[in-house]
Design a protein around this ligand. Structure first.
Ligand SMILES: [Zn+2]
Length: 403
C-alpha cells in the first residue's frame, strides 16, 4: 500500500530522507524551542514560559491556552507584524467571552495549507478529474479558494459551487460536468446523494463539520467507496489531518502541530484513550498557539497505519455536548433513508424539526424515531418533499438553533 502523501510532504518541507517517530519528534522539539525562544525575546503572550525544553514530554507541564485567551489576546499572540498578514478569519461564536475569535495567517501559512490540501486531495483526485467544491467561496485566500488552488495544482478542474446551490442546480451540474469527486461538508453530501443519486461521483473528501457514523455509512453505501475525512480548524490554518488510502484514521501534519489528548481535568492521556484534543501549532507563522484546548474530542489511534506512515492518526472527531447535540440527533434522523436534510430549533425540552424528504413527507415517522431515542423531548416535525428549488438547510456547521 502507498504511504500517506503526508510523509512525502513533511520530508520535503523539513528536508528529510525518511520519516520515523524519532525524526518527527526531533523536528517538533526544535520548532517548539524556536517558538519559545522567540516569545521570550519579543515578550509576547507566552513570555512567562521557559525559553527551552529538554524533552517533548515537558510540554505537558506548560499551561493551556483557551478560546477565551485567543478572543481577548489575538494581537499579543501575533508573532508577526500586521503588515505580513494576508488573511484574517473572525467569527462571533466564542461562547466564553462573547468577543469575536480572530485568527491571522501569513502567505507562508496559507501556502502550507494549500500544500496539505494537495497531500490530502491527492489521495482521491487525479489529473484530468473534475471536482465539485461545496465549501464557501469568500474572496482571496478563503477556504473554497485555497481548495480550488490545490485542485488546480493537482491538474484537475474545479467546479466552484459554494454552499447555496439548489438541488436542481446540483443535479444539472452533475449531468453537464460529470464530476468524479465531491469536496464539502458531510450532511450536504448525503442530501445530494439521496436527492440526485451518485451519478458520475466516485470519491469524496468531507470536512468542516461533525461526521456522524450514520451519515458516513449512508454516504459510503450510496457512493460505493469509503469517504476521505479531513480535519482542520481555524487555529491550525484550516488544515490538520488527512486520510490515506488505508482509511485508518486521519494522519496529523505533525511538523506543524503537536497533538495531546487530555482528560476533563487537563491530565495527559495515553495513546488510544479518548479525551479533548490539545494542539501546539509550531508551524503557524502568524499566530502559533501553545497547548490550545480545541474543545474537540477524539483519540490517537495506537500502532502504525497499514500504509506504513508513522505520523499520529486521529480517530473520528466530535464536540462534547452536555445535553442533546446535533450529531446525536443526526445519528437518529439520518438513519431514515428518506431524509435529505433537516433543521432543528430547540426551546427547553421542545424541539421543532423542519425536514426535507425524498418521498412523500412522513412527519410522523421522523417524530417517532426521535421520540424513541430521546424520550424526554417534546418533538414537533414539519416535513415536506424535497423540490429542485430547495437548498441544504445549513450553509455552515450544523447546530441546534434557538427557537
Ligand atoms: Zn496511512
Amino acid at each position: 500500500m502507498t504511504r500517506s502523501r503526508l510523509d512525502a510532504l513533511i520530508c520535503e518541507q523539513e528536508h528529510l530522507e525518511t520519516l520515523t517517530r524519532k525524526e518527527i519528534e526531533t523536528v517538533q522539539l526544535f520548532k517548539l524551542n524556536r517558538l519559545l525562544l522567540r516569545e521570550k525575546k519579543r515578550a509576547g503572550f507566552y513570555r512567562n514560559l521557559p525559553e527551552h525544553l529538554n524533552r517533548l514530554s515537558d510540554l505537558a507541564s506548560l499551561p493551556f491556552t483557551t478560546e477565551a485567551d485567543l478572543s481577548r489576546n489575538a494581537p499579543s499572540l501575533l508573532l508577526t507584524s500586521q503588515r505580513d498578514i494576508s488573511r484574517i478569519l473572525s467569527d462571533a461564536t466564542s461562547g466564553t467571552t462573547g468577543l469575536p475569535k480572530r485568527v491571522f495567517y501569513t502567505d507562508g501559512d496559507l501556502e502550507n495549507t494549500v500544500q496539505l490540501y494537495m497531500a490530502g486531495l491527492g489521495e482521491l483526485i487525479f489529473p484530468g478529474n473534475t471536482v465539485m467544491i461545496c465549501f464557501p467561496f469568500s474572496g482571496p485566500n478563503g477556504l473554497g479558494e485555497l481548495i480550488a488552488e490545490a485542485v488546480t495544482r493537482l491538474g484537475a478542474k474545479s467546479l466552484k459551487l459554494g454552499t447555496s446551490c439548489t438541488y436542481g442546480e446540483l443535479n444539472s451540474v452533475l449531468g453537464a460536468e460529470q464530476p468524479e469527486v465531491y469536496v464539502g461538508m458531510p450532511v450536504p453530501f448525503l442530501g445530494l446523494l439521496r436527492t440526485c443519486g451518485r451519478k458520475s461521483l466516485r470519491r469524496a473528501l468531507v470536512s468542516g463539520d461533525a461526521c456522524p457514523e450514520t451519515v458516513t455509512r449512508s454516504c459510503e453505501e450510496l457512493l460505493g467507496t469509503k469517504l476521505f475525512p479531513h480535519y482542520g480548524s481555524r487555529e491550525m490554518g484550516m488544515a490538520g489531518a488527512i486520510t490515506c488510502p488505508a482509511h485508518s484514521g486521519m494522519h496529523l501534519r505533525e511538523n506543524h502541530i503537536i497533538a495531546e489528548i487530555v482528560s476533563p481535568d487537563g491530565k495527559p492521556l495515553p495513546i488510544g484513550e479518548t479525551g479533548e484534543l490539545v494542539i501546539t501549532t509550531i508551524g503557524m507563522e502568524a499566530l502559533p498557539l501553545i497547548r490550545y484546548r480545541t474543545g474537540d474530542y477524539t483519540r490517537i489511534l495506537p500502532g502504525s497505519c497499514p500504509c506504513g506512515s508513522e505520523t499520529l492518526r486521529l480517530d473520528r472527531i466530535w464536540r462534547e455536548s452536555p445535553s442533546l447535540s446535533m450529531p446525536s440527533l443526526d445519528e437518529v434522523v439520518f438513519s431514515l433513508q428518506e431524509v435529505v436534510d433537516y433543521r432543528a430549533e430547540k426551546n427547553g425540552e421542545s424541539i421543532l424539526l423542519t425536514v426535507l424528504t425524498t418521498k412523500t413527507a412522513d412527519a410522523h415517522l421522523v417524530a417517532s424515531a426521535v421520540e424513541a431515542a430521546f424520550p424526554d423531548l417534546q418533538v414537533t416535525v414539519s416535513a415536506k418533499k424535497v423540490s429542485p428549488q430547495d437548498t441544504t438547510l445549513y450553509r455552515g456547521k450544523r447546530i441546534l438553533l434557538p427557537s
